[in-house]
Design a protein around this ligand. Structure first.
Ligand SMILES: *[C@@H]1O[C@H](CO)[C@@H](O)[C@H](O)[C@H]1NC(C)=O
Ligand SMILES: *[C@@H]1O[C@H](CO)[C@@H](O)[C@H](O)[C@H]1NC(C)=O
Ligand SMILES: *[C@@H]1O[C@H](CO)[C@@H](O)[C@H](O)[C@H]1NC(C)=O
Ligand SMILES: *[C@@H]1O[C@H](CO)[C@@H](O)[C@H](O)[C@H]1NC(C)=O
Ligand SMILES: *[C@@H]1O[C@H](CO)[C@@H](O)[C@H](O)[C@H]1NC(C)=O
Ligand SMILES: *[C@@H]1O[C@H](CO)[C@@H](O)[C@H](O)[C@H]1NC(C)=O
Length: 339
């Protein structure tokens, strides 16, 4: 619009056109060599400012800066409407421009052209705008059931185009690319997966995604325990489960075990304890630990047995067996050994 308004612009356009034409006709290498120290390209980070320098001769009659084919300045006349572009250090030796808060769209060829001694001169500089690699969209932490497939994504931007890798700390596995697909996930694969993006411009950007794998309880450890009359005893039931299991205890005939003044149930994250404060006859027997979560359940049985007499054969203890008979058996055994 500005070009049409001002008659001068038409003249300018002609001049620039002629300059460029003569430049191309004359051959770039010769003229380029004559020019001030304009490097082939300048690299700048997005958001920073950059000065494009142009050294000029003293007998310069016309001069201009162009962004691609758009005029930015002719002499000290501003053509660009972009306030970020200003002339700096203008003198009869230098004709430089400053671009403030460089944007990605500023990338491209810039041209300084002038006329001295009736000869056109031209210099090109290619502005490269870099952007640090940055993760812009990444999967949320997920919770799946064992055996399901997991698809994670991590989208990154940056200039130059960044690399994206997925890494897991547990197995040291590295996977290239924005997508990480895990088929039929196993419970051991539950962990934090880290997405790392890098393009050499700035330190890598990284973010973690937590993958939770749910599975039904699996009782890992049970042990028959000896019970000493008048002494405390502990029975424990360990269960691995995600989400954590809730525990219940049953006695011989599936009676639920309840807290009382001699027995306390203590539930922890991955286990449940039966705490006997003072073992008495009524406590001996078969205890079943039942662990469950929303994916399923598991149970295991263990004995609180009399030390000595019934050890090893504890499994045969029937609920119906009377306490007196048991004592009798124990005593007999003790007596026999003594005699
Ligand atoms: C202007 O030139 C002087 C001397 O050459 C230099 O120190 C200064 O940084 C320049 N200013 C800009 C904005 O380029
Ligand atoms: C250069 O030109 C491009 C495309 O024409 C434009 O988007 C950008 O803002 C310009 N940059 C400057 C510094 O003039
Ligand atoms: C993030 O990427 C995913 C997968 O490509 C897409 O479905 C989702 O809409 C994106 N979210 C945002 C906020 O861009
Ligand atoms: C354990 O219980 C028995 C019977 O109830 C009692 O005689 C004994 O004092 C108790 N022992 C302890 C250490 O509390
Ligand atoms: C205990 O586990 C066995 C298999 O180990 C199963 O057959 C039984 O039904 C379970 N009992 C309960 C109460 O879940
Ligand atoms: C304990 O009880 C469970 C469940 O009633 C039964 O399956 C198991 O055989 C019993 N164990 C012993 C040693 O009696």
């Amino acid at each position: 619009a500005k070009i049409d308004e001002e008659p001068r612009s038409i003249w300018c356009h002609y001049w620039i056109l002629i300059t460029l034409l003569s430049f191309f006709l004359a051959g770039s290498s010769v003229l380029g060599a004559e020019f001030g120290p304009l490097p082939d390209n300048i690299t700048v980070l997005e958001g920073e400012s950059v000065t494009l320098r142009c050294r000029i001769d003293e007998e310069v009659t016309h001069k201009a800066w162009l962004n691609r084919s758009n005029i930015l300045f002719t002499g000290t006349d501003r053509w660009s409407l972009d306030k970020r572009v200003t002339l700096v250090n203008t003198s009869n030796r230098e004709f430089s421009i400053l671009i403030d808060k460089v944007q990605v769209t500023d990338e491209g060829p810039y041209t300084c052209t002038f006329q001295a001694n009736n000869k056109p001169r031209i210099a090109h500089v290619y502005l490269i705008v870099q952007v640090p690699a940055r993760i812009v969209n990444i999967s949320k932490s997920v919770s799946v059931n064992e055996g399901e497939n997991v698809n994670l994504y991590c989208l990154a931007v940056g200039r130059p185009e960044p690399t994206v890798t997925w890494k897991d700390q547990k197995f040291g596995m590295v996977s290239e690319g924005e997508f990480l697909d895990i088929t039929e996930i196993k419970r051991e694969q539950a962990e934090d997966y880290e997405c790392i993006t890098h393009n050499g411009v700035a330190p890598p950007d990284q973010q973690k995604v937590r993958v939770t794998v749910n599975y039904p309880p699996m009782i890992t450890e049970i042990k028959n325990q000896p019970g000493y009359l008048g002494k405390p005893a502990i029975m424990r039931c360990d269960a691995m489960a995600v989400p954590t299991a809730t525990f219940e205890w049953y006695r011989d005939d599936h009676r639920p075990v309840e807290n009382d003044n001699t027995l306390r149930i203590k539930n922890e994250k991955t286990r449940s304890l039966l705490l006997f404060t003072n073992v008495t006859e009524k406590h001996f027997g078969n205890y079943t630990c039942f662990a469950s979560n929303r994916l399923g359940s598991s149970n295991a049985s263990m004995l609180l047995f009399r030390p000595g007499a019934l050890q090893g054969r504890g499994a045969g203890l029937h609920p119906g067996m009377s306490a007196s008979l048991c004592i009798w058996v124990s005593l007999s055994a003790v007596l026999l050994v003594k005699v």
